[in-house]
Design a protein around this ligand. Structure first.
Ligand SMILES: *Cc1c(COP(=O)(O)O)cnc(C)c1O
Length: 420
């Protein structure tokens, strides 16, 4: 694509964009009576207008039916998680039985590691990406301690080469091979939240399996951002939140993937509760846990209907737009952002550095911009002008043009404000 550095060009791109109408399905935050330039969907996605009706339906059933809503509501609460399976499976390239929506992300990360990190005296290491999200570090440290090992020894970080910001796939694979049969688990982000680097999940999974380790991913920044094929790639497990690219509201519910070869294994260690028990005998209220087959067998509590209703509204929009279509637009939109920043940077010697990989295959819709000493000041000025982006200490501005609701004009206006 030959981008041009003009507002007219941005408007032409918007006029040709088959997904442009999806912007109207969302509420755009306002400042001084005008739409903000919202580039923060990697932190909190916008509210779909269809959410209100979805919640209303459950409020009405609760109001009119009380407890009977479990079986006689329009969307019976007893089965509610099933209503999300198809869309969730499509989102990550899984079979319906391999996914379930439950709890929240950090909780699920802990639950899944209890099942998939079973260290021995010789095989006890967990490989994480350096600069992982703090929640992931904490969960990994604690699970190692809980199993009686020392995090200083057993948590191994995969670090970029000196002077680089991101990892090279070859180095990740080499480190996995080097750890060999001391490696129990690879626990990586799908997209690193800080740099925006999208890892080669398929190769990492294959390499992990070659040395006999389990491989799991935290897909907080990948779900709804990039098409994935978790089943075909043989990933052991994954989990993600729904409030970033998946637009399902603050603290929204989380998705879980467990490959079918594990999902049907009742002997894997796991915590349990009545909602993971065989649905046919759940209400016999007897002792003796018999997990459902598939990811659903990891559920513990009864379904959280309101966050799930919000999530349902959002997943329907993803189905309609199509993840591959979104990805196509995303590559252009992020490429346009990169092009405009590069052009202004060169012309005005602004000294910005893009630390996100340049290759579109290694990123989703985020660009992380390393700023000079006055970065925070610059960021505050942008906020004053109605731009909502994200500041990360010590000096990074993260910008995420989201293909569902951002336009090429948003991107153009943002870079004009950033570099004026
Ligand atoms: C956003 C994010 C989290 C947050 O977890 P919650 O339990 O939903 O608060 C965890 N890990 C990563 C990688 C994230 O990006």
């Amino acid at each position: 694509m030959n981008f041009r550095n003009t507002l007219e060009f941005a408007r032409e791109m918007d006029a040709q964009d088959p997904l442009a109408q999806f912007r109207n399905r969302f509420y755009m935050p306002q400042k001084d009576g005008k739409d903000c330039i919202y580039l923060c969907g990697n932190s909190l996605g916008l509210q779909p207008k269809s959410v209100r009706e979805k919640i209303e339906q459950e409020l009405i059933d609760w109001q009119n039916l009380g407890v009977e809503g479990h079986f006689h509501g329009k969307n019976p609460w007893f089965s509610y998680h099933h209503f999300l399976s198809k869309e969730t499976a499509n989102l990550v390239g899984a079979k319906e039985s391999e996914v379930v929506v439950m709890n929240s992300l950090s909780v699920n990360l802990n639950l899944l590691m209890l099942s998939f990190y079973t260290p021995t005296t010789s095989r006890n290491k967990i490989l994480v990406e350096a600069g992982a999200f703090p929640s992931d570090y904490y969960a990994v440290e604690q699970i190692i301690k809980m199993k009686g090992f020392d995090p200083n020894e057993c948590m191994v970080e995969c670090k970029p080469k000196a002077g680089q910001h991101t990892l090279e796939t070859a180095d990740i694979l080499q480190q996995i091979e080097d750890l060999g049969d001391s490696l129990a688990l690879v626990m990586f982000g799908g997209v690193n939240y800080y740099t925006g680097q999208y890892f080669d999940l398929k190769s990492i999974t294959t390499a992990g399996h070659q040395v006999g380790a389990n491989v799991g991913f935290d897909l907080a920044h990948a779900a709804g951002n990039l098409p994935m094929q978790l089943h075909d790639w043989n990933v052991d497990f994954a989990t993600w939140c729904s409030y970033k690219y998946l637009n399902s509201g603050p603290g929204g519910t989380s998705g879980v993937f467990i490959h079918e070869r594990h999902g049907n294994n009742p002997d894997l260690p796991r915590l349990a509760g009545w909602w993971g028990h065989d649905e046919k005998t759940r209400f016999l209220m007897k002792k003796g846990f018999k997990p459902q087959e598939g990811a659903a067998g990891w559920q513990m509590s009864n379904a959280q209907i309101f966050p799930m209703a919000i999530h349902k509204a959002s997943l329907e929009i993803f189905e309609e737009a199509g993840l591959n279509n979104l990805r196509q637009k995303s590559v252009l939109l992020t490429g346009f952002l990169e092009f405009l920043i590069d052009a202004a940077n060169k012309e005005k010697e602004l000294g910005f550095e893009i630390i996100t990989p340049r290759n579109p295959i290694e990123r989703g819709c985020q660009i992380s911009l390393l700023t000079k000493a006055n970065g925070k000041e610059l960021f505050n000025q942008l906020t004053e002008k109605g731009v909502i982006a994200d500041w990360r200490e010590p000096n990074v501005i993260r910008v995420a043009p989201v293909p569902l609701y951002n336009s090429f004009e948003d991107v153009f206006t943002f870079v004009a404000l950033l570099t004026q």
